[in-house]
Design a protein around this ligand. Structure first.
Ligand SMILES: *Cc1c(COP(=O)(O)O)cnc(C)c1O
Length: 389
C-alpha cells in the first residue's frame, strides 16, 4: 500500500472512473447497518442498490457460502451439480406459475440479455417494446432497452428495433405492439426511473396484448424481486404471469448472480449450445441463493417488508415539508419525489448517518435491507424531516 494515501485516494487513482463517488469508505456491514473506515455507523438505505434484502452478513447466507466454499466453488453447467439442481427446483416453486425453467447467470443485465435472445429465438421476431424511464442494465442489449439518455448516447448505435413507450399507458403500448414484436419488457415498479409502481390494469393489459399478438411478456424483477415490494415477486401483487422473468440483485444475498425463468413455450425453443456462461450456475452462488429463498420463506420477510413499507411511507407522508411533492412506492421500495434536485439532500442525510440513493435527479430512493428495525426507519424519517424542512 502507498504510504500517506487513504483508501479513497488509492481507489481514485487506479479506478476506471465510471462511478460518481459518495465520499466515504465502507468497510463493514451487519443487518441494516454499515460502518466506514473511521468507525462511523450508518443506516444503510442504499442496501447495495437492492442487493442486501436479507441484511449485510446474513448468518444463513454466510454459513451457506462457508460450507459451499469448502466443498465446491466452481462447476460448469456441462456437469450436473447438487446445489444447482436444488436451486432450479426452488426457483420453479417460488416464481409465478408455469415459469418452471431457468437460465442462471451472474448479473441482472445478463438475465435481460438472455431474455432478449430467448425471445428472439422463441418468436422468430426481432422487435422489442420497452418503456420510457425503464432501466434494464448496461450491456449493449439491455442498454438498448434502458431509457436514460446519458447511459445510452455515448455508446450508439445500440441494437435496432426497440420502441420506447410511456410507462403505465396501455394505449401507447397497444399502438407499439405488433406482428414483429418479440418481447415487451417492463418493470412492475420502475426503480431507477423514479420508484413508479405500474397499475394492475396496465400490467394485466400488457399480458393480454402480448398473448393476442404472439409477443412474449418479459418482466424485469431484478430490483423488485426477493421480497422487496412486500411479496416474493412484485408480479404477485397483480396475479401477473409473464413468459419470462429476469432476476438479479438480492437473488444470492450479495454473491453475484442473475437468472431468467421462463415457461415451456420458451423452453421448447432451447437446445444445447444455444447460450451459456462460464460462471453461470456455479455451486457457490447456487448455495447462497438457496439460503436466500429458504430464509425468505421461513421468516416471512416479504410480509414484513409490506408492513414496514406501510409504516415508513406513513411516517414520511406525515413530514410537513414544501420540498416534498409525493411519497410513493411498494413495500420497502420507497421514493420521495422532491421539487428540486436531491443530490444535496443525499449528502446531508449521509452527514446524519443515513445512506440513501437517487432515482433520477429529483427522487430520493430508499432500499433498506428488509430486516431493518422500525426504530431505524423512525431515525431515517427524522433525518429526512430535518434535511427537507
Ligand atoms: C439493477 C437493475 C438491472 C441491472 O442489473 P446489474 O446486475 O447491475 O446488471 C436490470 N434491471 C433492473 C430493473 C435493475 O434495477
Amino acid at each position: 500500500m502507498q504510504p500517506n494515501l487513504s483508501y479513497a485516494e488509492i481507489e481514485d487513482r487506479y479506478t476506471a472512473g465510471v462511478y460518481p463517488k459518495r465520499g466515504i469508505t465502507v468497510v463493514r456491514g451487519m443487518g441494516a447497518h454499515v460502518w466506514d473506515d473511521a468507525g462511523r455507523e450508518y443506516i444503510d438505505c442504499v442496501g447495495g442498490h437492492g442487493v442486501a434484502n436479507l441484511g449485510h452478513s446474513n448468518p444463513d447466507v454466510v454459513q451457506a457460502i462457508l460450507d459451499q466454499s469448502r466443498t465446491l466453488i466452481t462447476c460448469p453447467e456441462v456437469f450436473h451439480n447438487d446445489k444447482r439442481a436444488q436451486l432450479l427446483e426452488h426457483l420453479a416453486r417460488f416464481t409465478p406459475p408455469g415459469l418452471d425453467h431457468s437460465f442462471l447467470c451472474n448479473s441482472g443485465t445478463e438475465a435481460v440479455e438472455a431474455a432478449l435472445k430467448f425471445a428472439r429465438v422463441t418468436t422468430g421476431r426481432t422487435g422489442i417494446v420497452a418503456t420510457m424511464r425503464g432501466f434494464h442494465g448496461r450491456t449493449l442489449g439491455s442498454l438498448s432497452l434502458t431509457w436514460e439518455k446519458a447511459y445510452r448516447e455515448p455508446f450508439q448505435p445500440l441494437i435496432p428495433g426497440v420502441a420506447h413507450v410511456p410507462y403505465d399507458n396501455l394505449e401507447a403500448a397497444a399502438g407499439a405492439i405488433g406482428e414483429d414484436t418479440a418481447a415487451v419488457v417492463v418493470e412492475v415498479v420502475q426503480g431507477e426511473g423514479g420508484v413508479r409502481p405500474g397499475s394492475a390494469e396496465y400490467l394485466q393489459g400488457l399480458r393480454a396484448l402480448c398473448t393476442e399478438c404472439g409477443a412474449l411478456l418479459v418482466v424485469d424483477e431484478v430490483q423488485t424481486g426477493f421480497g422487496r415490494t412486500g411479496r416474493m415477486f412484485a408480479c404477485e401483487h397483480h396475479d401477473l404471469v409473464p413468459d419470462l422473468m429476469c432476476m438479479g440483485k438480492s437473488i444470492a444475498g450479495g454473491v453475484p448472480m442473475g437468472a431468467v425463468s421462463f415457461n415451456h413455450t420458451v423452453r421448447d425453443a432451447m437446445h444445447p449450445g444455444l447460450h451459456g456462461s462460464t460462471f453461470g450456475g456455479n455451486p457457490l452462488a447456487c448455495a447462497a441463493s438457496i439460503a436466500v429463498l429458504d430464509y425468505l420463506e421461513r421468516t416471512g420477510l416479504p410480509r414484513q417488508a409490506a408492513e414496514k413499507g406501510h409504516y415508513f411511507r406513513d411516517r414520511l407522508r406525515s413530514i410537513n415539508a414544501r420540498s416534498i411533492r409525493e411519497v410513493r412506492g411498494l413495500g420497502l421500495m420507497v421514493g420521495i419525489e422532491c421539487r428540486t434536485k436531491v443530490q444535496p439532500y443525499l449528502q446531508a442525510l449521509m452527514e446524519k448517518g443515513v445512506l440513501a440513493l437517487p432515482a433520477g435527479s429529483t427522487v430520493l430512493r430508499f432500499l433498506p435491507p428488509l430486516v431493518i428495525e422500525l426504530e431505524d426507519l423512525d431515525r431515517v424519517a427524522e433525518a429526512v424531516a430535518e434535511v427537507l424542512a
